[in-house]
Design a protein. Structure first.
Length: 65
C-alpha cells in the first residue's frame, strides 16, 4: 500500500504555505462569504483560488478610491 507523505515530507515553499493559509482564512471570512452570495452567478465554475483573487482585487480597487 502506498504511503501518503506527511506534510513535513512535501517540498512546498514558505510562500505557497502562506498563500494556502491566507486563501482559506479569507474564504472563511464573513466579508468573502457575503461577496460570494452577491456574485453567485458570476462565480460559477471558478476555483476557490480564482474567487479569492477576484475578491482581493475588487476589495483593493474599492479601497483605492
Amino acid at each position: 500500500m502506498a504511503q501518503i507523505p506527511a506534510s513535513s515530507d512535501r517540498k512546498i515553499s514558505p510562500d505557497t504555505e502562506i498563500w494556502y493559509g491566507l486563501k482559506y482564512a479569507i474564504s472563511a471570512s464573513s466579508g468573502f462569504q457575503r461577496w460570494q452570495l452577491e456574485r453567485d452567478a458570476q462565480l460559477q465554475g471558478l476555483r476557490l483560488e480564482q474567487q479569492v483573487q477576484r475578491y482581493l482585487r475588487e476589495t483593493l480597487e474599492t479601497l483605492a478610491y
